[in-house]
Each structure stands twice: as structure tokens, then as C-alpha cells.
Design a protein around this ligand. Structure first.
Ligand code: PGA
Length: 251
């Protein structure tokens, strides 16, 4: 099986720098020996440097949960991509549903994706419908989110970015959807990327699934859902559960 990519989105679950460091240590210890998967931890911005600079290992890469459109300069409260990169980030989540709910549109996401690529950060571009409907209108919502969020890239950049399919209705839900539901969306996303950007790169794109992933459902969602890996929220701040997800992707 292709090496999985598993991204821990710590959101704002961590209450202090001390807790963040302890969580990183426990996460590192929970990784299996001979780790094959690529593991990325995305701490809250204010803790990013503290956590990333404390890490002496080599098995975890770091990402931010967002980047700004603004470059370095007179922009109060922003997270410039160049600074994120200089502080040790190699990935960044962009357009997470919780940012989109706060008003971020696909036009802003597209600009951030472009900036991240220019800065040599791997963008993890989140797309997903708010709800399902019987007329399959959700598929056209996924399509437009995808096409609009990638409006500023060259088709060849598909190999330098990651798509995360995260249906809003599954984020924070008690259970994940059926693997069949995930597979349909993953296959659909690759088809759109192939049609609208680059045939070969689209079909080979890295498409993660996110929303209620845990150690119990990870194996099925990966294999039957045909995901390339996961974007994990709650379970990523529980090292035992997170370690279980990674082991499930390696068995
Ligand atoms: P969850 O969140 O794993 O807590 O459902 C996923 C996400 O928002 O990325």
C-alpha cells in the first residue's frame, strides 16, 4: 500500500505550552517502530515554534493550521507563510471548515494556496459539503469548492499539494460515515482534478479524509474508502487513539 499521510490538527485543544510539549512527546512515543507513514502535527499558531523547536526526532513534520494572505510587514495578528516556513513548518492546512465558517471564501483560500506553494509549504486544501441531499447537489458543491480553491495554481502544482475531503456534517460527529461514502467523494475529487487540471496528476492526487476518524474506523476508511490518509481532529490530541490510527494505516 502507498505510504499514508496522517495529519494531526490540534485545533485549539491545547491549554498551555507545557501540555503541548507533553502531547508532542506522547505522540512521538505512540508512533510504531519502523514507521512508514508520513506524520504531520499542526499545533495552534501561538504554540507552533515552542512545539516544533523542541522536537529532536525525525519522524514528525510540522504544519500550521492556516496561513495569511498577507506577507511580512504591517499586518497585525497575521501568520505570514514565509514566517511559518522559517519557524519550521513544511505543511499548512488551508480552508478548514472552521475557517470557512468564520467567513473565509474559496477566493481567499485560492490566494493562500498560491502563497503557500510559492513559500514551499505543502498546502492541505480542505473541501467538503455542509450537508447531503437526495439530488446529489453536494457533488457540485465539492466541485466548485475544489476548482475555486485551486484557481490560482498551475496544473503541475497538483503534485505539490494535498486535498482533504472533510464533509462538515462529519467533523466532530460521534461516528464517521460509511467507507463507501468516503470512497465516492475521493474518486469524485480525483476525477474533477483530472478533468479540470491534469489527467495523470489528478488521478494520482493525495486525497485525505477527515471527520470523526479514530483508531477503530481508520483501517476501513483507508482501504475501502480509498483515502491517501487522514486529517484528524479530536483523536489527534489523544496519543493512544492517534497511535492506533497510524498503526491501522500500516498493517
Ligand atoms: P474531528 O475533526 O476528527 O474531530 O472530527 C476533523 C477535522 O476537523 O479536521
Amino acid at each position: 500500500m502507498k505510504k499514508a499521510l496522517i495529519v494531526a490538527n490540534w485545533k485549539s485543544y491545547v491549554e498551555s505550552p507545557k501540555v503541548g510539549l507533553a502531547l508532542l512527546k506522547a505522540t512521538d512515543q505512540a508512533l510504531p517502530r519502523g514507521l512508514k507513514s508520513k506524520v504531520v502535527v499542526c499545533p495552534p499558531t501561538i504554540l507552533f515554534s515552542h512545539v516544533a523547536s523542541s522536537y529532536k526526532g525525525s519522524r514528525i513534520a510540522f504544519g500550521t493550521q492556516d496561513v495569511s494572505q498577507a506577507p511580512t510587514g504591517a499586518h497585525t495578528g497575521e501568520t505570514p507563510a514565509t514566517l511559518a516556513r522559517a519557524a519550521g513548518a513544511t505543511y499548512t492546512i488551508i480552508g478548514h471548515a472552521e475557517r470557512r465558517a468564520a467567513g473565509e471564501g474559496s477566493d481567499v483560500v485560492a490566494e493562500k494556496v498560491r502563497i503557500a506553494l510559492d513559500t514551499k509549504l505543502v498546502p492541505i486544501v480542505c473541501v467538503g459539503e455542509r450537508e447531503r441531499d437526495h439530488g446529489a447537489h453536494y457533488l457540485s458543491i465539492i466541485e466548485s469548492m475544489l476548482v475555486d480553491s485551486l484557481a490560482k495554481i498551475e496544473p503541475s502544482a497538483l503534485k505539490k499539494l494535498v486535498i482533504a475531503y472533510e464533509p462538515v456534517w462529519a467533523i466532530g460527529a460521534p461516528t464517521a460515515p460509511d467507507a463507501r461514502v468516503v470512497r465516492e467523494a475521493v474518486v469524485y475529487i480525483k476525477k474533477i482534478l483530472a478533468q479540470r487540471f491534469d489527467k495523470e496528476l489528478g488521478l494520482k492526487a493525495t486525497v485525505l479524509y477527515g471527520g470523526a476518524v479514530d483508531a477503530e474506523n481508520a483501517r476501513t476508511l483507508l482501504v475501502e474508502g480509498q483515502a491517501s490518509g487522514f486529517l484528524v481532529g479530536r483523536a489527534s490530541v489523544d496519543p493512544k487513539n492517534f497511535g492506533g490510527i497510524i498503526r491501522a494505516c500500516e498493517s
